[in-house]
Design a protein around this ligand. Structure first.
Ligand code: COA
Length: 261
């Protein structure tokens, strides 16, 4: 057993898995070890039947994630980088996960940290959080999906301004451009992220998964194909015990208890 602190802390609170990236002394920068641990924690949360929603945050009061670990870039050849990028991606893993993932952004959210937040389904941020894609300062561009996901979330102009200038924006500006869904006081962030998670966790897991898949598809599919997928997933819900229970509970004027099947 190693005495080294875990780089990703994993804790289950009711139906919510809270994953905390834990390298505060390096502003929670994503190195190979963090990526690997995060993939493992996401996989465990995906398999755990009791977990219905995942919240990701950063340790300490300074950073959510201050980007990829820049120290790893030094001396790295294109072939090294090619091999690194052939590893499973945390961004894709979050998107593919059938359970919703909420980013609780407690501080600097830069580069790969932005890309991590963008891969999540919902972003809630502390009023002191700062956001940016500062890769141009290093002579590189976003490589974790930032050039594709950011324009889809905030539009082309706002994305181009962030990616081309590398300038940081504050939480109020991030909210104004639609990068984050909510701003909270710093000490209210986790309670708010957990409250949203618990609300989602109280709904039908079948419906929530189908809804995540359908909403996600809106970013990648043409309208006609997206509508077809929505129809197919809507019909799938009719095969679930959750739908039987949800409709019956409404008609019987009581709260539904969803079996998740
Ligand atoms: N990769 C590697 N190390 C990082 C890092 C990153 N992305 N971000 C911060 N760190 C390290 C610093 O090197 C420093 O290490 P040290 O104590 O061993 O010198 C430590 O974290 C604290 O950083 P510091 O700059 O002193 O903290 P700060 O609170 O004054 O500033 C930031 C925080 C995030 C604004 C600043 O660290 C920064 O600009 N980081 C780089 C952001 C970036 O370019 N990200 C995109 C990467 S592709």
């Amino acid at each position: 057993m190693s005495d080294e602190p875990k780089v990703v802390l994993s804790e289950t609170r009711g139906a919510v898995a809270l994953l905390t990236i834990n390298r505060p002394e390096k502003r929670n920068a994503l190195n190979g070890q963090v990526r690997c641990a995060l993939l493992g924690a996401l996989d465990a949360a995906a398999r755990d039947q009791a977990v219905r929603v995942i919240v990701i945050t950063g340790a300490g009061d300074k950073a959510f994630v201050a980007g990829a670990d820049i120290a790893e870039f030094e001396g790295r050849t294109p072939v090294d980088q090619y091999r690194v990028m052939k590893q499973p991606s945390v961004y894709d893993a979050i998107e593919r996960l059938s359970k919703p993932v909420i980013a609780a952004i407690n501080g600097f959210c830069l580069g790969g940290g932005m890309e991590l937040a963008l891969a999540c389904d919902i972003r809630v941020a502390s009023s002191v959080a700062k956001f940016g894609q500062p890769e141009v300062n290093l002579g590189i561009i976003p490589g974790g999906g930032g050039t594709q996901r950011l324009p889809r979330v905030v539009g082309l102009g706002a994305a181009a301004r962030m990616i081309l200038t590398g300038d940081l924006i504050d939480a109020a500006e991030a909210h104004r451009i639609g990068l984050i869904e909510e701003i909270t006081a710093p000490d209210a962030l986790m309670a708010r992220a957990m409250a949203i998670a618990e609300t989602i966790a109280s709904k039908s897991p079948v419906a929530v998964s189908a809804a995540k898949e359908a909403v996600r598809a809106a970013l990648s599919l043409p309208l006609a194909e997206g509508l077809k997928l929505e129809t197919a997933l809507f019909q799938l819900c009719f095969a679930s015990e959750d739908k039987v229970e949800g409709v019956r509970a409404f008609l019987e004027k009581r709260a539904a208890t969803f079996p998740g099947r």
